[in-house]
Design a protein around this ligand. Structure first.
Ligand code: FRU
Length: 613
Protein backbone atom coordinates (compact mmCIF):
# COMPACT_ATOMS: atom_id res chain seq x y z
CA UNK A 1 0.00 0.00 0.00
CA UNK A 2 2.81 2.33 1.05
CA UNK A 3 4.65 1.50 -2.11
CA UNK A 4 1.59 2.51 -4.11
CA UNK A 5 1.29 5.79 -2.15
CA UNK A 6 4.95 6.57 -2.75
CA UNK A 7 4.55 5.81 -6.43
CA UNK A 8 1.48 8.08 -6.67
CA UNK A 9 3.37 10.84 -4.80
CA UNK A 10 6.31 10.60 -7.15
CA UNK A 11 4.01 10.64 -10.19
CA UNK A 12 2.35 13.78 -8.77
CA UNK A 13 5.77 15.34 -8.15
CA UNK A 14 6.84 14.42 -11.66
CA UNK A 15 3.53 15.89 -12.90
CA UNK A 16 4.23 19.14 -11.03
CA UNK A 17 7.68 19.19 -12.61
CA UNK A 18 6.26 18.55 -16.08
CA UNK A 19 3.59 21.19 -15.80
CA UNK A 20 6.03 24.04 -15.25
CA UNK A 21 6.36 25.45 -18.74
CA UNK A 22 9.89 26.16 -19.79
CA UNK A 23 10.45 28.96 -22.28
CA UNK A 24 13.49 29.64 -24.42
CA UNK A 25 13.96 31.76 -27.50
CA UNK A 26 15.72 31.65 -30.85
CA UNK A 27 15.62 34.61 -33.21
CA UNK A 28 12.02 35.81 -33.55
CA UNK A 29 10.34 32.88 -31.80
CA UNK A 30 9.64 31.90 -28.22
CA UNK A 31 9.62 28.19 -27.49
CA UNK A 32 7.61 26.92 -24.56
CA UNK A 33 7.67 23.20 -23.64
CA UNK A 34 4.40 22.10 -22.10
CA UNK A 35 5.28 18.44 -21.79
CA UNK A 36 7.31 15.57 -23.28
CA UNK A 37 5.46 15.82 -26.55
CA UNK A 38 3.85 19.21 -26.66
CA UNK A 39 5.51 22.54 -27.37
CA UNK A 40 4.20 26.02 -28.15
CA UNK A 41 6.17 28.24 -30.51
CA UNK A 42 5.07 31.88 -30.45
CA UNK A 43 6.12 34.23 -33.26
CA UNK A 44 7.50 37.27 -31.50
CA UNK A 45 9.66 38.93 -34.18
CA UNK A 46 9.25 40.26 -37.70
CA UNK A 47 10.01 37.99 -40.65
CA UNK A 48 8.27 36.42 -43.63
CA UNK A 49 9.06 32.77 -42.88
CA UNK A 50 9.44 30.47 -39.92
CA UNK A 51 12.21 28.13 -41.01
CA UNK A 52 11.32 24.66 -39.74
CA UNK A 53 14.30 22.31 -39.18
CA UNK A 54 13.71 18.86 -40.73
CA UNK A 55 15.23 15.45 -40.12
CA UNK A 56 14.22 13.09 -42.92
CA UNK A 57 14.29 9.94 -40.80
CA UNK A 58 12.15 11.34 -38.02
CA UNK A 59 8.45 10.77 -37.36
CA UNK A 60 5.97 13.50 -38.16
CA UNK A 61 5.15 16.23 -35.68
CA UNK A 62 1.66 17.73 -35.98
CA UNK A 63 1.73 21.51 -36.11
CA UNK A 64 -1.51 23.42 -35.59
CA UNK A 65 -1.13 27.00 -36.86
CA UNK A 66 -3.18 29.38 -34.72
CA UNK A 67 -3.93 32.94 -35.79
CA UNK A 68 -5.24 35.11 -32.94
CA UNK A 69 -5.97 31.97 -30.94
CA UNK A 70 -7.99 30.18 -33.66
CA UNK A 71 -6.64 27.12 -35.48
CA UNK A 72 -6.24 28.02 -39.15
CA UNK A 73 -4.85 24.69 -40.36
CA UNK A 74 -2.70 21.74 -39.36
CA UNK A 75 0.37 20.37 -41.11
CA UNK A 76 2.60 17.33 -40.54
CA UNK A 77 6.33 17.96 -40.52
CA UNK A 78 9.35 15.79 -39.68
CA UNK A 79 10.83 18.18 -37.11
CA UNK A 80 14.48 17.44 -36.36
CA UNK A 81 15.43 15.47 -33.28
CA UNK A 82 19.18 14.77 -33.40
CA UNK A 83 20.31 16.62 -36.55
CA UNK A 84 18.97 19.07 -39.09
CA UNK A 85 18.97 17.76 -42.67
CA UNK A 86 17.41 20.89 -44.19
CA UNK A 87 14.82 23.59 -43.52
CA UNK A 88 11.35 24.19 -44.94
CA UNK A 89 9.66 27.58 -44.78
CA UNK A 90 6.27 28.21 -43.22
CA UNK A 91 5.07 31.37 -44.96
CA UNK A 92 3.67 33.90 -42.50
CA UNK A 93 2.51 36.36 -45.20
CA UNK A 94 -1.16 35.25 -44.93
CA UNK A 95 -1.04 35.97 -41.17
CA UNK A 96 0.38 39.50 -41.33
CA UNK A 97 -1.03 41.61 -38.50
CA UNK A 98 -2.17 38.54 -36.54
CA UNK A 99 -0.77 36.89 -33.47
CA UNK A 100 0.69 33.54 -34.62
CA UNK A 101 1.20 30.56 -32.35
CA UNK A 102 2.27 27.04 -33.36
CA UNK A 103 0.90 24.28 -31.18
CA UNK A 104 3.19 21.32 -31.86
CA UNK A 105 2.67 17.69 -30.89
CA UNK A 106 5.67 15.46 -31.52
CA UNK A 107 5.63 11.66 -31.47
CA UNK A 108 9.24 11.18 -30.46
CA UNK A 109 10.03 8.82 -27.61
CA UNK A 110 11.22 10.69 -24.56
CA UNK A 111 11.08 10.09 -20.87
CA UNK A 112 11.23 13.67 -19.61
CA UNK A 113 10.86 17.26 -20.64
CA UNK A 114 14.61 17.90 -20.57
CA UNK A 115 15.06 15.47 -23.46
CA UNK A 116 12.37 17.33 -25.37
CA UNK A 117 14.23 20.59 -24.86
CA UNK A 118 17.32 19.00 -26.40
CA UNK A 119 15.67 18.36 -29.77
CA UNK A 120 17.61 19.94 -32.61
CA UNK A 121 14.47 21.61 -33.97
CA UNK A 122 14.02 23.96 -31.00
CA UNK A 123 17.64 25.12 -31.16
CA UNK A 124 17.46 25.80 -34.88
CA UNK A 125 13.96 27.07 -35.53
CA UNK A 126 14.25 30.67 -36.66
CA UNK A 127 12.36 33.53 -38.30
CA UNK A 128 13.79 34.95 -41.53
CA UNK A 129 12.80 37.17 -44.42
CA UNK A 130 14.23 34.90 -47.08
CA UNK A 131 14.41 31.22 -47.82
CA UNK A 132 17.22 29.89 -49.99
CA UNK A 133 15.79 27.97 -52.93
CA UNK A 134 19.00 27.74 -54.97
CA UNK A 135 19.47 24.27 -56.37
CA UNK A 136 21.35 21.71 -54.25
CA UNK A 137 20.54 18.63 -56.31
CA UNK A 138 22.82 17.19 -59.00
CA UNK A 139 19.92 15.28 -60.55
CA UNK A 140 17.61 18.28 -60.90
CA UNK A 141 16.60 18.54 -64.57
CA UNK A 142 17.24 21.82 -66.39
CA UNK A 143 14.43 21.89 -68.95
CA UNK A 144 11.71 20.00 -67.11
CA UNK A 145 9.39 21.57 -64.59
CA UNK A 146 10.26 20.82 -60.96
CA UNK A 147 9.04 22.44 -57.73
CA UNK A 148 11.67 24.69 -56.13
CA UNK A 149 11.53 22.46 -53.08
CA UNK A 150 9.30 19.82 -51.52
CA UNK A 151 7.44 16.80 -52.80
CA UNK A 152 5.37 16.96 -56.01
CA UNK A 153 3.02 14.50 -57.70
CA UNK A 154 0.27 15.02 -60.29
CA UNK A 155 0.22 18.07 -62.52
CA UNK A 156 -3.39 19.32 -62.37
CA UNK A 157 -5.69 22.31 -62.80
CA UNK A 158 -3.80 23.51 -65.88
CA UNK A 159 -5.27 26.30 -68.04
CA UNK A 160 -3.95 28.67 -70.70
CA UNK A 161 -4.93 32.33 -70.63
CA UNK A 162 -3.56 35.50 -72.24
CA UNK A 163 -0.34 33.89 -73.45
CA UNK A 164 0.44 32.15 -70.15
CA UNK A 165 0.44 28.41 -69.45
CA UNK A 166 -0.62 27.87 -65.84
CA UNK A 167 0.47 24.65 -64.21
CA UNK A 168 -0.68 23.55 -60.75
CA UNK A 169 0.59 20.46 -59.05
CA UNK A 170 0.08 18.26 -56.02
CA UNK A 171 2.57 19.72 -53.58
CA UNK A 172 3.85 19.10 -50.09
CA UNK A 173 5.78 22.30 -49.31
CA UNK A 174 6.85 20.90 -45.92
CA UNK A 175 8.87 17.82 -46.84
CA UNK A 176 10.12 15.38 -49.44
CA UNK A 177 7.32 12.81 -49.09
CA UNK A 178 3.62 12.80 -49.96
CA UNK A 179 1.38 14.54 -47.43
CA UNK A 180 -0.13 17.98 -46.64
CA UNK A 181 -1.44 18.12 -50.20
CA UNK A 182 -1.99 21.60 -51.64
CA UNK A 183 -1.98 23.07 -55.16
CA UNK A 184 1.47 24.46 -55.96
CA UNK A 185 1.54 26.89 -58.88
CA UNK A 186 3.99 27.69 -61.69
CA UNK A 187 3.47 29.51 -64.98
CA UNK A 188 5.29 29.77 -68.27
CA UNK A 189 5.15 31.76 -71.49
CA UNK A 190 7.20 29.26 -73.48
CA UNK A 191 6.57 25.85 -71.84
CA UNK A 192 10.33 25.70 -71.17
CA UNK A 193 11.01 28.13 -68.35
CA UNK A 194 8.77 28.26 -65.32
CA UNK A 195 8.06 31.01 -62.84
CA UNK A 196 7.12 29.79 -59.35
CA UNK A 197 4.23 31.33 -57.44
CA UNK A 198 2.94 31.02 -53.89
CA UNK A 199 0.70 28.07 -53.09
CA UNK A 200 -2.66 28.50 -54.87
CA UNK A 201 -5.09 26.36 -52.84
CA UNK A 202 -4.44 25.00 -49.35
CA UNK A 203 -6.22 22.53 -47.11
CA UNK A 204 -9.24 23.66 -45.13
CA UNK A 205 -11.71 21.97 -42.79
CA UNK A 206 -13.00 19.73 -45.62
CA UNK A 207 -9.60 18.17 -46.17
CA UNK A 208 -6.34 18.40 -48.07
CA UNK A 209 -6.40 19.49 -51.71
CA UNK A 210 -6.16 16.63 -54.19
CA UNK A 211 -6.07 16.81 -57.99
CA UNK A 212 -8.66 18.56 -60.15
CA UNK A 213 -8.97 20.89 -63.10
CA UNK A 214 -9.54 24.57 -63.92
CA UNK A 215 -11.42 26.34 -66.69
CA UNK A 216 -11.76 29.94 -67.80
CA UNK A 217 -15.46 30.77 -67.38
CA UNK A 218 -15.68 33.02 -70.42
CA UNK A 219 -19.48 33.41 -70.25
CA UNK A 220 -19.65 33.87 -66.47
CA UNK A 221 -21.89 30.82 -66.05
CA UNK A 222 -20.87 30.49 -62.39
CA UNK A 223 -21.45 34.15 -61.53
CA UNK A 224 -17.89 34.87 -60.37
CA UNK A 225 -17.36 37.27 -63.27
CA UNK A 226 -16.50 36.98 -66.96
CA UNK A 227 -13.25 35.10 -67.49
CA UNK A 228 -12.96 34.09 -63.85
CA UNK A 229 -10.85 30.97 -63.44
CA UNK A 230 -12.90 28.23 -61.80
CA UNK A 231 -11.23 25.20 -60.25
CA UNK A 232 -12.80 21.96 -59.10
CA UNK A 233 -10.70 19.67 -56.91
CA UNK A 234 -11.08 16.85 -54.45
CA UNK A 235 -11.17 17.68 -50.75
CA UNK A 236 -9.69 14.61 -49.13
CA UNK A 237 -10.16 13.64 -45.53
CA UNK A 238 -12.02 10.59 -44.23
CA UNK A 239 -14.12 10.95 -47.41
CA UNK A 240 -13.34 12.33 -50.84
CA UNK A 241 -15.69 15.08 -51.97
CA UNK A 242 -15.53 17.64 -54.78
CA UNK A 243 -14.94 21.32 -53.99
CA UNK A 244 -15.10 24.50 -56.05
CA UNK A 245 -12.86 27.56 -55.89
CA UNK A 246 -12.46 30.59 -58.13
CA UNK A 247 -9.85 33.17 -58.94
CA UNK A 248 -10.26 36.65 -60.37
CA UNK A 249 -6.51 37.32 -60.57
CA UNK A 250 -5.68 34.78 -63.29
CA UNK A 251 -5.11 31.87 -60.98
CA UNK A 252 -2.79 33.36 -58.35
CA UNK A 253 -5.13 33.07 -55.33
CA UNK A 254 -8.33 31.07 -55.22
CA UNK A 255 -11.36 31.76 -53.06
CA UNK A 256 -12.99 28.63 -51.75
CA UNK A 257 -16.72 28.34 -52.51
CA UNK A 258 -18.57 28.60 -49.17
CA UNK A 259 -21.26 26.06 -50.16
CA UNK A 260 -18.74 23.27 -50.82
CA UNK A 261 -18.86 20.35 -51.46
CA UNK A 262 -20.55 20.47 -54.88
CA UNK A 263 -20.47 16.68 -55.44
CA UNK A 264 -20.56 13.89 -52.86
CA UNK A 265 -20.68 10.14 -53.46
CA UNK A 266 -20.62 7.25 -51.07
CA UNK A 267 -17.33 5.75 -52.26
CA UNK A 268 -13.88 7.07 -53.22
CA UNK A 269 -14.18 9.53 -56.11
CA UNK A 270 -11.57 12.06 -57.13
CA UNK A 271 -9.73 14.22 -59.67
CA UNK A 272 -12.67 16.07 -61.35
CA UNK A 273 -11.82 17.19 -64.88
CA UNK A 274 -14.13 19.63 -66.71
CA UNK A 275 -14.59 21.19 -70.12
CA UNK A 276 -17.15 23.38 -71.88
CA UNK A 277 -19.29 21.34 -74.29
CA UNK A 278 -20.17 23.90 -76.95
CA UNK A 279 -22.45 21.44 -78.81
CA UNK A 280 -24.69 20.98 -75.79
CA UNK A 281 -24.14 24.35 -74.10
CA UNK A 282 -23.11 22.96 -70.73
CA UNK A 283 -20.10 21.90 -68.69
CA UNK A 284 -19.04 18.25 -68.69
CA UNK A 285 -17.07 16.68 -65.88
CA UNK A 286 -15.29 13.33 -65.66
CA UNK A 287 -14.63 11.96 -62.19
CA UNK A 288 -12.59 8.89 -61.25
CA UNK A 289 -14.63 6.40 -59.25
CA UNK A 290 -11.32 5.07 -58.09
CA UNK A 291 -11.83 1.66 -56.54
CA UNK A 292 -14.89 0.93 -58.66
CA UNK A 293 -12.64 1.14 -61.77
CA UNK A 294 -14.90 3.47 -63.69
CA UNK A 295 -15.15 7.07 -64.77
CA UNK A 296 -18.34 9.00 -64.01
CA UNK A 297 -19.68 11.76 -66.25
CA UNK A 298 -21.65 14.76 -64.94
CA UNK A 299 -23.07 17.86 -66.64
CA UNK A 300 -23.77 21.33 -65.26
CA UNK A 301 -25.03 24.69 -66.51
CA UNK A 302 -23.03 26.69 -63.92
CA UNK A 303 -20.13 24.61 -62.52
CA UNK A 304 -21.96 24.38 -59.18
CA UNK A 305 -24.95 22.05 -59.75
CA UNK A 306 -23.81 18.78 -61.25
CA UNK A 307 -26.04 15.97 -62.58
CA UNK A 308 -24.66 12.44 -62.89
CA UNK A 309 -25.29 11.23 -66.47
CA UNK A 310 -23.43 7.96 -66.93
CA UNK A 311 -20.38 5.88 -66.17
CA UNK A 312 -17.81 4.01 -68.23
CA UNK A 313 -15.20 1.43 -67.45
CA UNK A 314 -16.43 -1.51 -65.39
CA UNK A 315 -14.61 -4.49 -66.91
CA UNK A 316 -12.88 -2.47 -69.65
CA UNK A 317 -9.18 -1.94 -70.22
CA UNK A 318 -6.61 -2.45 -67.48
CA UNK A 319 -8.25 -2.97 -64.11
CA UNK A 320 -5.21 -3.83 -61.97
CA UNK A 321 -5.31 -0.76 -59.71
CA UNK A 322 -7.35 2.30 -58.82
CA UNK A 323 -8.57 4.55 -61.63
CA UNK A 324 -7.47 8.15 -61.23
CA UNK A 325 -7.04 11.48 -63.02
CA UNK A 326 -9.42 11.29 -66.04
CA UNK A 327 -9.43 13.61 -69.03
CA UNK A 328 -11.84 13.63 -71.98
CA UNK A 329 -11.29 15.45 -75.27
CA UNK A 330 -12.00 15.29 -78.99
CA UNK A 331 -9.31 15.06 -81.71
CA UNK A 332 -9.18 14.65 -85.48
CA UNK A 333 -7.69 11.45 -86.85
CA UNK A 334 -4.54 12.36 -88.79
CA UNK A 335 -5.08 12.87 -92.49
CA UNK A 336 -8.91 12.58 -92.25
CA UNK A 337 -11.88 14.66 -91.13
CA UNK A 338 -12.98 11.97 -88.70
CA UNK A 339 -13.28 13.10 -85.08
CA UNK A 340 -12.94 10.73 -82.13
CA UNK A 341 -13.00 11.15 -78.35
CA UNK A 342 -10.13 10.16 -76.10
CA UNK A 343 -10.83 9.16 -72.49
CA UNK A 344 -7.63 9.28 -70.46
CA UNK A 345 -7.56 6.96 -67.48
CA UNK A 346 -4.54 6.88 -65.19
CA UNK A 347 -4.17 3.62 -63.30
CA UNK A 348 -2.12 2.69 -60.26
CA UNK A 349 -0.86 0.00 -59.87
CA UNK A 350 -1.55 -2.15 -62.95
CA UNK A 351 0.73 -0.43 -65.49
CA UNK A 352 2.42 -2.65 -68.12
CA UNK A 353 5.81 -2.55 -66.31
CA UNK A 354 4.54 -2.38 -62.75
CA UNK A 355 3.09 0.49 -60.73
CA UNK A 356 1.53 3.53 -62.32
CA UNK A 357 0.76 4.19 -66.00
CA UNK A 358 -1.68 5.99 -68.29
CA UNK A 359 -4.17 4.06 -70.37
CA UNK A 360 -6.69 5.61 -72.73
CA UNK A 361 -9.81 4.63 -74.63
CA UNK A 362 -10.82 5.85 -78.09
CA UNK A 363 -14.53 6.20 -78.74
CA UNK A 364 -17.50 8.52 -79.01
CA UNK A 365 -19.12 10.86 -76.53
CA UNK A 366 -22.61 12.28 -77.09
CA UNK A 367 -22.50 14.83 -74.28
CA UNK A 368 -23.66 12.32 -71.69
CA UNK A 369 -22.25 8.88 -72.43
CA UNK A 370 -18.86 7.60 -73.57
CA UNK A 371 -18.77 4.49 -75.79
CA UNK A 372 -15.40 2.88 -76.50
CA UNK A 373 -14.42 1.49 -79.90
CA UNK A 374 -13.85 -2.24 -80.03
CA UNK A 375 -11.30 -4.31 -81.93
CA UNK A 376 -12.12 -6.90 -84.61
CA UNK A 377 -13.05 -9.44 -81.96
CA UNK A 378 -15.46 -7.04 -80.29
CA UNK A 379 -13.26 -6.34 -77.23
CA UNK A 380 -12.31 -2.95 -75.89
CA UNK A 381 -8.52 -2.89 -76.30
CA UNK A 382 -6.11 -1.62 -73.62
CA UNK A 383 -3.95 1.19 -75.00
CA UNK A 384 -1.07 2.97 -73.25
CA UNK A 385 -0.10 6.57 -73.71
CA UNK A 386 3.55 6.01 -72.78
CA UNK A 387 5.59 2.80 -72.59
CA UNK A 388 8.00 3.89 -69.88
CA UNK A 389 7.76 3.46 -66.12
CA UNK A 390 7.72 7.16 -65.29
CA UNK A 391 4.67 8.72 -66.82
CA UNK A 392 1.59 9.20 -64.68
CA UNK A 393 -1.39 11.41 -63.86
CA UNK A 394 -1.16 12.87 -67.36
CA UNK A 395 -3.87 15.40 -68.24
CA UNK A 396 -4.20 18.31 -70.67
CA UNK A 397 -4.38 22.09 -70.45
CA UNK A 398 -7.80 23.65 -70.90
CA UNK A 399 -8.11 26.44 -73.47
CA UNK A 400 -4.78 25.71 -75.19
CA UNK A 401 -4.26 28.03 -78.18
CA UNK A 402 -4.67 26.99 -81.84
CA UNK A 403 -6.84 24.00 -81.00
CA UNK A 404 -3.83 22.27 -79.49
CA UNK A 405 -4.30 19.46 -76.99
CA UNK A 406 -1.20 19.85 -74.86
CA UNK A 407 -0.51 17.30 -72.15
CA UNK A 408 1.92 16.94 -69.28
CA UNK A 409 2.47 14.07 -66.84
CA UNK A 410 4.17 13.36 -63.55
CA UNK A 411 7.57 11.82 -64.36
CA UNK A 412 7.68 9.19 -61.65
CA UNK A 413 5.99 6.06 -60.41
CA UNK A 414 4.19 5.50 -57.10
CA UNK A 415 6.32 2.35 -56.65
CA UNK A 416 9.44 4.36 -55.77
CA UNK A 417 8.73 8.09 -56.12
CA UNK A 418 9.47 8.65 -52.42
CA UNK A 419 12.82 6.79 -52.61
CA UNK A 420 14.51 8.40 -55.62
CA UNK A 421 17.93 9.92 -54.80
CA UNK A 422 16.88 13.57 -54.43
CA UNK A 423 15.64 15.40 -51.33
CA UNK A 424 15.42 19.17 -51.88
CA UNK A 425 12.77 18.50 -54.52
CA UNK A 426 11.09 15.22 -55.35
CA UNK A 427 9.77 14.59 -58.86
CA UNK A 428 9.71 16.46 -62.12
CA UNK A 429 7.01 16.69 -64.75
CA UNK A 430 7.43 15.22 -68.24
CA UNK A 431 8.09 17.40 -71.25
CA UNK A 432 4.90 18.93 -72.64
CA UNK A 433 3.41 16.88 -75.46
CA UNK A 434 0.88 17.38 -78.25
CA UNK A 435 -1.81 14.76 -78.55
CA UNK A 436 -2.92 13.47 -81.96
CA UNK A 437 -4.69 10.41 -83.39
CA UNK A 438 -3.53 8.03 -86.09
CA UNK A 439 -4.84 4.86 -87.68
CA UNK A 440 -2.39 1.95 -87.34
CA UNK A 441 -1.94 -1.13 -89.56
CA UNK A 442 -4.31 -3.14 -87.31
CA UNK A 443 -7.14 -0.78 -88.28
CA UNK A 444 -7.29 0.70 -84.78
CA UNK A 445 -7.02 4.35 -83.86
CA UNK A 446 -4.23 5.21 -81.41
CA UNK A 447 -3.12 8.37 -79.70
CA UNK A 448 0.25 9.95 -80.48
CA UNK A 449 2.13 12.28 -78.13
CA UNK A 450 4.76 14.35 -79.92
CA UNK A 451 7.11 16.81 -78.20
CA UNK A 452 5.50 20.27 -78.09
CA UNK A 453 6.78 22.61 -80.83
CA UNK A 454 8.23 24.98 -78.21
CA UNK A 455 10.94 22.39 -77.45
CA UNK A 456 12.78 23.22 -80.69
CA UNK A 457 13.92 26.43 -78.99
CA UNK A 458 15.97 24.35 -76.53
CA UNK A 459 18.55 23.51 -79.19
CA UNK A 460 21.92 25.17 -78.87
CA UNK A 461 24.89 23.84 -80.87
CA UNK A 462 24.69 20.85 -83.18
CA UNK A 463 27.53 18.69 -81.90
CA UNK A 464 27.03 15.65 -84.15
CA UNK A 465 25.88 15.59 -87.76
CA UNK A 466 25.99 12.31 -89.72
CA UNK A 467 24.19 11.31 -92.91
CA UNK A 468 23.86 8.00 -94.72
CA UNK A 469 26.39 5.84 -92.93
CA UNK A 470 26.04 2.12 -92.76
CA UNK A 471 26.62 0.28 -89.49
CA UNK A 472 27.12 -3.39 -88.63
CA UNK A 473 28.14 -5.44 -85.61
CA UNK A 474 31.02 -3.09 -84.82
CA UNK A 475 29.48 -0.13 -83.07
CA UNK A 476 29.88 3.40 -84.36
CA UNK A 477 30.54 5.76 -81.47
CA UNK A 478 29.67 9.43 -81.03
CA UNK A 479 30.42 11.82 -78.18
CA UNK A 480 27.58 13.43 -76.32
CA UNK A 481 28.01 16.99 -75.02
CA UNK A 482 29.55 16.64 -71.55
CA UNK A 483 29.42 20.36 -70.93
CA UNK A 484 26.14 21.29 -69.29
CA UNK A 485 26.08 17.84 -67.64
CA UNK A 486 25.32 15.87 -70.78
CA UNK A 487 21.92 17.47 -71.24
CA UNK A 488 21.02 17.05 -74.93
CA UNK A 489 18.59 16.14 -77.69
CA UNK A 490 19.37 13.28 -80.08
CA UNK A 491 17.62 12.77 -83.42
CA UNK A 492 18.27 9.43 -85.03
CA UNK A 493 16.79 8.16 -88.26
CA UNK A 494 17.64 4.53 -89.15
CA UNK A 495 16.71 2.25 -91.99
CA UNK A 496 16.95 -1.34 -90.79
CA UNK A 497 15.74 -3.31 -93.82
CA UNK A 498 18.83 -5.52 -93.83
CA UNK A 499 19.23 -6.16 -90.12
CA UNK A 500 17.38 -7.99 -87.36
CA UNK A 501 18.07 -5.62 -84.51
CA UNK A 502 19.77 -2.33 -83.81
CA UNK A 503 21.33 -1.51 -80.43
CA UNK A 504 21.59 2.09 -79.30
CA UNK A 505 23.69 2.43 -76.18
CA UNK A 506 24.03 5.62 -74.16
CA UNK A 507 26.81 5.31 -71.59
CA UNK A 508 29.32 7.08 -69.34
CA UNK A 509 32.90 6.39 -68.23
CA UNK A 510 31.65 4.42 -65.23
CA UNK A 511 30.13 1.91 -67.66
CA UNK A 512 26.66 2.94 -66.61
CA UNK A 513 24.36 2.73 -69.60
CA UNK A 514 20.90 2.71 -71.05
CA UNK A 515 20.42 0.28 -73.92
CA UNK A 516 17.67 0.74 -76.48
CA UNK A 517 17.08 -2.23 -78.77
CA UNK A 518 15.02 -1.92 -81.92
CA UNK A 519 13.77 -5.43 -82.63
CA UNK A 520 12.80 -5.42 -86.28
CA UNK A 521 10.75 -8.66 -86.62
CA UNK A 522 8.85 -7.82 -83.42
CA UNK A 523 8.36 -4.14 -84.30
CA UNK A 524 9.34 -3.11 -80.77
CA UNK A 525 11.80 -0.81 -79.07
CA UNK A 526 13.02 -1.75 -75.61
CA UNK A 527 14.63 0.49 -73.00
CA UNK A 528 16.91 -1.23 -70.49
CA UNK A 529 17.87 0.87 -67.48
CA UNK A 530 19.09 -1.96 -65.26
CA UNK A 531 22.65 -0.62 -65.43
CA UNK A 532 21.84 3.04 -65.89
CA UNK A 533 23.49 4.30 -62.66
CA UNK A 534 21.97 4.39 -59.19
CA UNK A 535 19.23 1.78 -59.31
CA UNK A 536 19.32 0.16 -55.89
CA UNK A 537 17.01 2.51 -53.96
CA UNK A 538 14.05 0.30 -54.91
CA UNK A 539 13.70 -3.24 -56.24
CA UNK A 540 11.08 -1.91 -58.63
CA UNK A 541 13.44 0.58 -60.29
CA UNK A 542 15.75 -1.60 -62.44
CA UNK A 543 13.58 -2.50 -65.44
CA UNK A 544 13.25 -3.06 -69.16
CA UNK A 545 10.30 -1.33 -70.80
CA UNK A 546 9.05 -2.19 -74.29
CA UNK A 547 7.03 -0.18 -76.83
CA UNK A 548 5.39 -1.18 -80.11
CA UNK A 549 6.97 0.93 -82.87
CA UNK A 550 3.86 1.21 -85.10
CA UNK A 551 5.87 1.01 -88.33
CA UNK A 552 5.91 -1.51 -91.15
CA UNK A 553 8.84 -0.37 -93.29
CA UNK A 554 11.71 -1.17 -90.87
CA UNK A 555 12.52 2.49 -90.49
CA UNK A 556 12.55 4.27 -87.20
CA UNK A 557 12.95 7.94 -86.32
CA UNK A 558 13.75 8.69 -82.68
CA UNK A 559 13.88 11.95 -80.77
CA UNK A 560 15.56 11.44 -77.42
CA UNK A 561 15.73 14.07 -74.70
CA UNK A 562 18.26 13.55 -71.90
CA UNK A 563 17.93 15.87 -68.94
CA UNK A 564 20.20 14.77 -66.06
CA UNK A 565 17.87 12.22 -64.52
CA UNK A 566 15.40 11.45 -67.28
CA UNK A 567 15.28 10.09 -70.78
CA UNK A 568 12.24 10.53 -73.00
CA UNK A 569 12.23 8.63 -76.27
CA UNK A 570 9.69 9.80 -78.86
CA UNK A 571 9.37 7.44 -81.85
CA UNK A 572 8.01 8.16 -85.31
CA UNK A 573 6.54 11.59 -84.50
CA UNK A 574 5.19 10.52 -81.13
CA UNK A 575 3.41 7.35 -82.31
CA UNK A 576 5.09 5.77 -79.30
CA UNK A 577 6.85 7.30 -76.30
CA UNK A 578 8.93 5.93 -73.46
CA UNK A 579 9.63 8.03 -70.41
CA UNK A 580 12.10 6.65 -67.90
CA UNK A 581 14.06 8.09 -65.00
CA UNK A 582 17.81 7.35 -64.80
CA UNK A 583 20.35 8.38 -62.16
CA UNK A 584 23.85 8.13 -63.72
CA UNK A 585 26.64 8.93 -61.24
CA UNK A 586 28.24 11.02 -63.99
CA UNK A 587 26.71 12.34 -67.22
CA UNK A 588 26.33 9.97 -70.15
CA UNK A 589 29.07 10.83 -72.64
CA UNK A 590 28.91 8.28 -75.48
CA UNK A 591 26.28 7.14 -77.94
CA UNK A 592 27.04 3.88 -79.76
CA UNK A 593 25.01 2.29 -82.48
CA UNK A 594 25.40 -1.25 -83.82
CA UNK A 595 23.31 -3.51 -86.05
CA UNK A 596 22.89 -7.28 -85.75
CA UNK A 597 21.83 -9.94 -88.25
CA UNK A 598 22.93 -7.67 -91.13
CA UNK A 599 23.71 -3.99 -91.55
CA UNK A 600 21.56 -0.91 -91.00
CA UNK A 601 21.76 2.56 -92.47
CA UNK A 602 21.99 5.61 -90.24
CA UNK A 603 20.07 7.95 -92.53
CA UNK A 604 20.68 10.84 -90.21
CA UNK A 605 22.01 11.49 -86.70
CA UNK A 606 21.93 14.90 -85.06
CA UNK A 607 22.88 15.73 -81.50
CA UNK A 608 22.12 19.15 -80.05
CA UNK A 609 23.38 20.59 -76.82
CA UNK A 610 20.77 22.53 -74.87
CA UNK A 611 20.71 26.29 -74.30
CA UNK A 612 21.18 27.69 -70.80
CA UNK A 613 17.64 28.52 -69.71
C1 FRU B 1 -2.80 10.34 -58.40
C2 FRU B 1 -3.45 10.73 -57.08
C3 FRU B 1 -4.80 11.34 -57.33
C4 FRU B 1 -4.99 12.20 -56.12
C5 FRU B 1 -3.61 12.69 -55.87
C6 FRU B 1 -3.30 12.91 -54.41
O1 FRU B 1 -1.43 10.26 -58.35
O2 FRU B 1 -3.54 9.60 -56.25
O3 FRU B 1 -5.82 10.40 -57.53
O4 FRU B 1 -5.87 13.25 -56.35
O5 FRU B 1 -2.73 11.73 -56.40
O6 FRU B 1 -2.09 13.56 -54.24
Amino acid sequence: MNRIRTAIASILMLGAFILVPKASSSYGVEVNHLGFNNTLVRITGEGRYVLLPIQESNDDARIAILADGKTDRTINVKLAKSKVDYFVPLDLAPYKGHNVLLNIVTTQDRSNIREAEDDACWKNIILDDTFDTSNREKFRPVFHHTPLYGWMNDPNGMFYKDGVWHLYYQWNPYGSKWQNMAWGHSSSKDLLTWEHHPVAIEANGLGTVFSGSSVVDVKNTAGFGENAVVALYTSADVSQIQSLAHSTDDGQRFEIYPANPVITLDSEARDPNMFWDADNNCWVLSLAHAIDHEMLFFTSPDLKDWTLQSSFGKGSGAQGGVWECPDLFKLKVDGTDEEKWVLVCNINPGGPFGGSATQYFIGDFDGKTFRADTDVSGNIPTKWMDYGKDHYATVSWSDSPDNRRTLIGWMSNWQYAAEVPTIQYRSANTLPREAGLFKAADGQIYMSSAPSPELIALRDRQVVKINNKSVGKKAREFSLPVTNDGVCEILLDIDCKKSVSVDIKISNKENECVTLIYNIPDHTLSFDRRESGIVDFSLDFPAVTVAPTFENDNKIALRIFIDKSSMEVFGNDGKFVMTNLVFPTEPYSTLSISAHGGSAKIRSLKVFSIKEL
